[in-house]
Design a protein around this ligand. Structure first.
Ligand SMILES: Cc1cc2nc3c(=O)[nH]c(=O)nc-3n(C[C@H](O)[C@H](O)[C@H](O)COP(=O)(O)OP(=O)(O)OC[C@H]3O[C@@H](n4cnc5c(N)ncnc54)[C@H](O)[C@@H]3O)c2cc1C
Ligand code: FES
Length: 345
């Protein structure tokens, strides 16, 4: 069979690329090292939403939360679900010069599982060693596949990008989770894995001087930990606040590491908040949902300078945090986030 390809033109940036029939426009962009906005890559999160200006396309199955019917009727498409049947022109609704400039072509790597450690009752630290170095930006993620089980899930690197061979991931364990439940006994050291990446647009923007806000919950700590350590390694001096939402004290981890960072890093504050602290819990930190705590803190602290905010974790948490940041005056193009959407079924 002849491999049919078509041209894709992205406006207003004027970038062009090929797409093969049967390949999504987003996969074609990854293959050719062209970075456009994306998140879940599975039609769940809407980050890749764009407008079809010209050409014939078909959309694979997607969530109508990501692309409601009224938007589909006005030629909106999800690049991660779009197959092209002619040359097409697409208007990118969100694009970022930094993103285009710093694109790293997606590649496939072999890897070996080297350790699984318990951070809390339901959070594990997974360590793997790659067969070849992976270049990535702090905050990005990869797709990990367990070949025998045929399961692929996205996980954000927790280590700084200065380490390109030994990667770490902070992973929340779901009892029924096809991938994460295997972290308690189902996967052994020595297990071979396939790694594809890097993906993601929520990576650390360098050489900025304003305050850096890192906001997460649950395993959302993974990319934030990478961004924080990359910032520390860079030697840049900025005000840094890391807000972390958990239910109770037993969901908190890395407290000693945060204490050590606070002692070393000028103007850094770790702000954990518990939403469900029990009456007999000895807790004198912040209480409530993390977006409320961010709102209260920004009102009282009155941080000076242009804020960069990075938010990672469960989609409802991010949906609650985004308006808080906007109301606090954070510029929309300085707000970066990754929604940890569950894999499509
Ligand atoms: C861009 C991106 C980055 C990600 N980074 C990370 C990361 O660094 N660390 C990490 O732990 N996860 C991360 N995830 C989520 C991860 O990819 C998986 O979706 C998650 O680990 C669950 O997979 P599973 O196979 O264990 O569960 P699945 O088999 O997919 O789901 C089984 C059951 O588990 C429960 N469940 C699964 N996911 C959720 C959820 N999000 N909320 C509530 N219940 C759920 C539900 O009951 C579901 O029916 C990321 C996701 C994306 C899109
Ligand atoms: S909907 Fe396309 S990347 Fe999430």
């Amino acid at each position: 069979m002849v491999d049919k390809t078509h041209r894709v033109r992205f406006e207003p940036v004027g970038v062009e690329m090929d797409v093969s029939e049967g390949e999504t426009v987003l996969d074609a962009a990854f293959r050719q090292g062209i970075s456009v906005m994306h998140g879940c890559k599975e039609g769940q999160c809407s980050s890749c939403k764009s407008v079809l200006m010209e050409g014939d396309v078909e959309l694979l199955k997607y969530s109508t939360f990501a692309l409601p019917d009224y938007e589909r009727d006005t030629n909106h498409i999800l690049l991660c679900r779009t197959l092209a049947y002619s040359d097409i022109t697409v208007e990118l609704l969100n694009y970022d010069e930094d993103l285009m400039r710093r694109a790293i072509a997606v590649k496939v790597f072999g890897a070996t599982l080297t350790a699984i450690m318990r951070l809390t009752h339901d959070i594990r630290l997974l360590e793997i060693t790659l067969d070849a170095p992976l270049r990535f930006w702090a905050g990005q993620y990869v797709d990990l596949t367990i070949p025998e089980a045929g399961i692929t899930r996205s996980f954000s690197m927790a280590n700084a990008p200065s380490e390109q061979i030994n990667l770490r991931f902070i992973i929340k364990r779901y009892p029924q989770g096809a991938f994460s439940a295997l972290l308690d006994g189902g996967l052994q050291v020595g297990q071979r894995l396939t790694v594809k990446g890097p993906y993601g647009t929520c990576f650390r923007r360098e050489e900025r001087s304003g305050p850096l806000l890192l906001i997460g919950g649950g395993s959302g700590m993974s990319p934030l930990w990478s961004i924080l350590h990359d910032h520390i390694e860079s030697g840049e001096e900025r005000v840094v606040r890391l807000f972390y939402g958990a239910r109770t004290g037993k969901d908190l981890f890395y407290l000693d590491e945060f204490a050590a960072i606070s002692a070393k890093l000028p103007d850094f504050r770790f702000v954990p908040a518990l939403s469900d602290a029990g009456p007999d819990e000895d807790w004198n930190g912040e209480s409530g949902l993390i977006h409320d705590v961010v709102q209260r803190t920004l009102r009282t602290e009155k941080l000076q300078g242009e804020i960069d905010a990075y938010s990672c974790g469960p989609p409802p948490m991010i949906d609650a945090v985004l308006p808080v940041l906007q109301i606090a005056g954070v510029e929309p193009d300085h707000i970066y986030f990754d929604k940890f959407t569950p894999a499509a079924r």
